[in-house]
Write a protein that binds this ligand. Structure first.
Ligand code: IMP
Ligand code: MG
Length: 178
């Protein structure tokens, strides 16, 4: 698996340190509140698990499924969101947890869908942000790292359902996906 990697962008240690900071910030910003973390599957699963354990607040954890890539490294531009939200969002303090903010298509759609249900507040937390790739103007409220315009895998992020179990975030060799 590691032979497929061009270089490591963010090490396990760097990610761990940054998540401690994000957790402290969220704990401070939502002091005294009960929050609802909504993870966007599947890419969020590692990040959410680590982030939630660094948030010292009562929190409920739920998941939604969104996909736009399928088995490709280029976004299809169309987002499929699993529309059945079977948990209460109205009046809640919600933070959506994403692996990476890329074109902004997924989060623009998700944000609009959740906002319609009248939460008390709605913020976005993403581990990675690739601002150079943005097609829709979207800004996250909490960002782990700004990411260069490269296709990355690991720490939950995949290429064709592989590499999610890498402990760090790495650039995939171009020959793997071209
Ligand atoms: P967006 O709708 O283009 O912002 O895409 C967001 C989704 O695309 C993320 O949740 C990821 O699942 C996927 N994605 C975008 N860039 C990468 C990448 O570099 N590696 C792996 N998945 C990515
Ligand atoms: Mg994703």
């Amino acid at each position: 698996m590691t032979n497929d990697l061009e270089k490591i962008l963010f090490t396990e240690e760097q990610i761990k340190e940054r998540i401690v900071e994000l957790g402290e910030q969220i704990t401070k910003d939502y002091a005294g509140k009960k929050i609802l973390l909504i993870g966007v599957l599947k890419g969020c699963y590692v990040f959410l698990a680590d982030l939630a354990r660094n948030i010292n607040l009562d929190c409920e954890i739920q998941f939604l499924t969104a996909s736009s890539y399928g088995f490709s490294s280029v976004s299809s531009g169309k987002v499929n969101v699993n529309e059945t939200i079977d948990f209460v969002t109205k009046g809640r303090d919600i933070i959506v947890i994403e692996d990476i903010l890329d074109t902004g298509v997924t989060l623009t759609a998700l944000h609009a869908m959740i906002a319609k249900q009248k939460p008390a507040s709605l913020k976005i937390c993403t581990l990675l942000d690739k601002p150079e790739r943005r097609e829709m103007p979207f800004t996250a409220d909490y960002t782990g790292f700004t990411c260069p315009n490269e296709f990355v895998v690991g720490y939950g992020l995949d290429y064709a359902e592989k590499y999610r179990n890498l402990p760090n975030v790495a650039v995939l060799k171009k020959e793997i996906y071209t």
